[in-house]
Design a protein around this ligand. Structure first.
Ligand code: F6R
Length: 243
């Protein structure tokens, strides 16, 4: 893993945007791995800015979502497919048909997970995957205890993640879905490049465990140490340095 400490979340977003720009300028039809949550929003803002003012085009690129809640209605604004369309695809000219997400409404969810795994393989490999870091060390919804060989599957959110995500549901943890479909750790590790974004004091402990703690299933993000194409972009706050 290549770890870079930058000053601000804006610097992290710009460095990540540089990596996405390099991929898309070189391979306009690249498959991009897209994450939700707060951390990548500044990256998506920066890519939207480059689209509007610098001619950065995503019309031929494809996107795959890392994960999706189970149990939210299709039109719910916090459904991750809707978040990605709103925050990224619609703003950079990526057609909705190019955005791929797991079929979480399928009757046979296990079969839908397998189908998603196959779809990623058919479209892939993912040229560049953006990840955020959960405060308990999760990546996508691979919660503590997830195996390095895990594939796309249904999973339960931990109480800590439910509480963390309540802010997207007017602070009401009761409205946060308890389950999701997530790409597995092995699925993520098939990406050619990975950029993990870590910003803010709230992530300092998880980052420290990722960089200095034992590689363990209790800290799922530590599998990234095995992927030579991983870059970790960190701001000073997450690095435990004064801002
Ligand atoms: C989102 C995802 C999650 C988040 C993580 C950090 O698609 O897979 O792993 O990246 O929960 O979330 P934020 O960025 O909101 O702190």
């Amino acid at each position: 893993m290549d770890v870079r400490v930058l000053d601000t979340p804006g610097d992290v977003a710009r460095a990540a945007a540089d990596a996405f720009e390099a991929v898309v300028r070189c391979t306009p039809e690249a498959l991009l791995g897209l994450a939700t949550g707060s951390t990548p929003l500044a990256l998506y803002d920066e890519l939207a800015r480059r689209h509007a003012s610098e001619g950065l085009y995503f019309a031929r690129a494809q996107g795959v979502l890392l994960d999706e809640y189970v149990g939210l209605p299709a039109g719910h604004p916090e459904r991750y497919r809707n978040v990605i369309l709103r925050e990224f695809a619609d703003r950079v000219g990526m057609p909705a048909a190019n955005v791929h997400s797991p079929e979480v409404d399928a009757v046979d969810l296990a079969a839908a997970c397998e189908a998603y795994e196959d779809e990623i393989d058919r479209l892939g490999p993912v040229a560049l995957q953006v990840l955020g870091l959960g405060s308990d060390g999760h990546i996508a919804f691979n919660m503590p205890g997830s195996l390095a060989g895990s594939r796309t599957r249904r999973t339960a959110l931990t109480e800590q993640t439910v509480q963390d995500n309540a802010r997207f549901f007017d602070g009401d943890a009761d409205r946060v879905p308890r389950e999701a479909v997530t790409q597995g750790l092995a699925t993520i590790l098939r990406s050619e490049g990975i950029v993990l974004l870590v910003t803010g004091h709230r992530k300092a402990e998880a980052l420290d465990a990722l960089l200095s703690g034992p590689a363990t299933e209790a800290m799922p993000a530590t599998v990234l140490r095995t992927h030579a194409g991983t870059t970790v972009l960190v701001d000073r706050a997450a690095a435990g340095l004064s801002a």
